[in-house]
Design a protein around this ligand. Sequence first.
Ligand code: CFM
Length: 543
Amino acid sequence: MEAKFHFPDPSVIKEELINKYPAKVAKKRGKSIVINDPETVPEVQANVRTVPGIITQRGCSYAGCKGVVLGPTRDIVNIVHGPIGCSFYAWLTRRNQTRPESPTDENYITYCFSTDMQEENVVFGGEKKLKVAIQEAYDLFHPKAIAIFSTCPVGLIGDDVHAASREMKEKLGDCNVFGFSCEGYRGVSQSAGHHIANNGVFKHMVGRNNTAVEGKFKLNLLGEYNIGGDAFEIERLFEKCGITLVASFSGNSTVGAIENAHMADLNVILCHRSINYMGDMMEAKYGIPWMKVNFVGAESSAKSLRKIAEYFGDADLKARVEEVISEEMPKVKAIIDEIRPRTEGKTAMLFVGGSRAHHYQDLFTELGMTTVAAGYEFAHRDDYEGREVLPSIKIDADSKNIEELKVTADPELYNPRKSEAELEELKAKGLEINGYQGMMKQMERKSLVIDDVSHYESEKLIELYKPDIFCAGIKEKYVVQKMGVPLKQLHSYDYGGPYTGFEGAVNFYKDIDRMVNNPVWKLIKAPWEKESAGSLEASYVTQ
Ligand code: CFM
C-alpha cells in the first residue's frame, strides 16, 4: 500500500532531533532514534538508562510493580512501605476499574495503604513499623492477601520486607503476605517492576488453588489492566462467544482467580511488555501455551477472537465467534463511514509506555490516519523488532539486577495443552503462539521509531511534522496542547474509554474525531509562529 502521507527525509529530521545535544549524548540518543523499514527492521537501542538531565517520560520500578501489575486486583491490600508520597502518587492514578460481584465484596482499590516512613524509621529501620502496619490492615479488613511494596529508602537502609512478610504470614495464619523488592532504582524504568511483579505473583499466588474450573474454552487474559473499563468490554465479548475467563492479570481481577489461573488451557497476552514473563513461566510449569492478541481496534478484536477459536479448534466456537463478529461489526462500520472522511489522511504520533504505542496504531489505521512517529517509554527490543531478536539482546548490569526465576515442569500439574505438532500446525495458520512480532513490522517505511523520547525531542517532532494528534500522558498533555496540537492521553484515556473491542473502537473514533477536527487548535499560535520566535524569552517576578 502506498503511504498516504508524504514523509519528509527522515535522516534530516533525525539530525534535527539530536544536533543540539553534546556529542556523546547525540551518539547515544542516535541509537534509540531509528528510521523504520518494515521489511528489514533496524535495531533499536532500548531498555537502557536515560541520560541524566534529559526530561524523560519514564517512571520507576515501584510504579511498574505496585501501580501497574498488582494495583488493579481489588481484594489484595497493597501496602507501600516507604514515605507517604510514593503511596499517594500510586493511589487511584491509573483509572483501572473494577466491579465487585456484590456491594459487600472486598474492594481495596479505593484505599491508600502506607507505612508512612519517617526519618526515625530511615535511621533505625522500618521493619517494626511494617509489621505493625500489616497487623493493623489485617485487623481492620481480614483480607485474603497483603502485598508489601518497597520504595527506594527501604532498599537503601536494608529492611527485609520478605522476612517480615513471612513472619506475619505465619502469625496471621489465614492471610497470604508477601513482599516485593521493587525499589524505584531497581532498573532503568517501570519495566524492571513488571518483571519483579511477575516473579512475585507467580511464586506467591498462581497455583495455590487446584480446583478445576468449569467451561469448555478456558483462558486467562494477561496484560489487561482495565483502564477506563477496557477489560469489561473484552469480558462482554468472551461471554457472548462462550469463552470462560479464568483469571485476568490483573484488571477487574481477584486473588482467588489468580490463584486458580493455572487451570486454564490458554493464556492470551495483550500487553507483552508487562507480562510476557508470566506467559513463559506458566508454560514451563504447567504446559499452558500463550498467544499474543490485541483487542484494541475493531479489526484486531475480530482477528483475536478468531485466533482464540482457531486455538481451541472447535467448530461450534468458530461459528459462534463469526456470529458475534457479524453482530458487532455493523455498528462499527456505520460510525467509521461517517467519521472517516473527516479523519482520512491525518497524522498521529504515539509515545506511550510499552504496548499502547503499537496497539493504538490499529485504531488510527481504521480511521485512515498515518502514524508518522511512535515509540515506547520503557519497552525492550523485542517489543519493537519482534521476539526473534531475544537471543541477541545483550544482558547489561541493570537487567542482571532482576532475578530470572528458574522454572521447571510441575511434577503433578504439568500437562501440555497442545502437542508440539499441534502447536506447529497452529503457527502455520498464522497464530502467534509464544511469539510477538513487535511494532515496527506494522509501521510504514520512513516513519520514525524512537525509544524513551525526550521532552526536547517531542517538541522538535511536533515543530517539524505538525501532527494532527499527539498521544502520550498527563506530563506531556498541556505542553503539547499549548503548541496547538491536541493530545490524547493513552495511559488514562483522559476521561474516556473503554477503547477495546467493538464498543471501544466506536468510542475511540468519536473521541479522535472530536479532537482532530476541533477548530480551537487553529486559534492557538505555537511558540515558533509568534513574532518573537527566535529570541529568548523569560518571565520572572521583580520586586
Ligand atoms: Fe502495558 Fe499498560 Fe502499556 Fe504498561 Fe504503563 Fe498503562 Fe502504558 Mo501507562 S501495562 S506497557 S506500564 S499497556 S500504566 S495499562 S498506559 S505506560 S503503554
